[in-house]
Write a protein that binds this ligand. Structure first.
Ligand code: A3P
Length: 301
């Protein structure tokens, strides 16, 4: 989103959620849904897809660095949300449409989405566009999403932590159930070119995961470039980089004084939010709802 298109962002109101095929979306996105569903993917598109707050920005910066051979200047050409259009984002009051931004972009494009697998525009499957999916454990993911609701004025009011956790478990947050999202994309990787990564693995050994990205994109990475990418995409670096930390957006939209976009960047911050009972309940839900999928998450390193 171009920060200069701020328009009357001062008067931007928190959104309500409305359903598309049973999945809640901010109401503005519903108005843009026809254009999203009919989105024309191209065979050489790369789509980065995640549940919100799973490490999207991190993998975006990694991918941009890999694509540009670790060239720092090229990766500083624009804020990350301008380098990679967010296809389902639609903010009519700010005159912003992710579909239009993507349509105007020359190939090869790298795009961003948070759509659950069943709502991905069909052209991505038809064109066999490559997809990188990043999943993050439910506990850290929901904590991050809670703080993001607090600071992002386009999201609904989160309520208290206890209330938000209930809403998240019920799948009544924007983009729906985390369980369905991570599972749906996990199952899709068996029938489509999808690289499925985990936030926890990226924290544990970023070099190893960056190598997977380069292989998936058929890009050779000399050791020195790999090391440069590891360094540049560390949390501490990305937190102070205006091209990745979302501080170029109007503060009436993202209020970093409430909670910074680059907040903690760790595995295990959930321990400062969950009670023992909440933690046990989430563990049980993961066992129950991910059963039979072969999908499992680490909640600490
Ligand atoms: P926290 O709120 O737990 O700190 P997204 O980009 O999908 O919105 O995800 C944001 C989350 O990823 C935030 O988590 C943010 O701090 C974290 N993050 C962003 N860049 C990161 C990096 N380089 N390393 C680790 N975590 C990162």
């Amino acid at each position: 989103m171009d920060s200069e298109k701020g328009g009357d962002s001062e008067s931007y109101k928190r959104s309500t959620l409305l359903d598309i095929n049973g999945v809640p979306f901010p109401s503005d996105m519903i108005n843009g849904w026809g254009a999203i569903w009919n989105f024309k993917a191209r065979p050489d598109d790369l789509l980065i897809c995640t549940y919100p707050k799973a490490g999207t920005t991190w993998i975006q910066e990694i991918v941009d660095m890999v694509q540009h051979g670790g060239d720092l200047q090229k990766c500083a050409r624009a804020p990350i949300h301008e380098r990679m259009p967010f296809i389902e984002m639609f903010l009519p009051k700010l005159n912003f449409s992710g579909v239009e931004e993507a349509n105007a972009m020359a190939s090869p494009r790298t795009l961003k989405s948070h759509l659950p697998v069943q709502l991905l525009p069909p052209s991505f499957w038809e064109q066999k566009s490559k997809i990188i999916y990043v999943a993050r454990n439910a506990k850290d993911n929901v904590v991050s999403y809670f703080h993001f609701h607090r600071m992002n004025k386009t999201m609904p009011e989160p309520g208290t932590w206890e209330e938000f956790l209930e809403t998240f478990i019920a799948g009544k947050v924007a983009l729906g159930s985390w369980f369905d999202h991570v599972r749906g994309w996990w199952e899709a990787k068996d029938r489509h070119p999808i690289l499925y990564l985990f936030y926890e693995d990226m924290k544990e050994d970023p070099g190893r995961e960056i190598r997977k990205v380069a292989e998936f994109l058929d890009i050779q990475l000399p050791e020195s470039v790999l090391n440069q990418i590891v360094l540049h995409t560390k949390f501490e670096r990305m937190k102070v980089n205006p091209m990745t930390n979302y501080t170029t957006m109007p503060s009436s939209l993202l209020d970093h004084s409430i909670s910074p976009f680059m907040r903690k960047g760790t595995v295990g911050n959930w321990k400062e939010h969950f009670t023992v009972a909440q933690s046990e309940r989430m563990d049980d839900l993961c066992v129950q709802l991910l059963k039979g999928s072969g999908l499992s998450f680490r909640t600490e390193l």
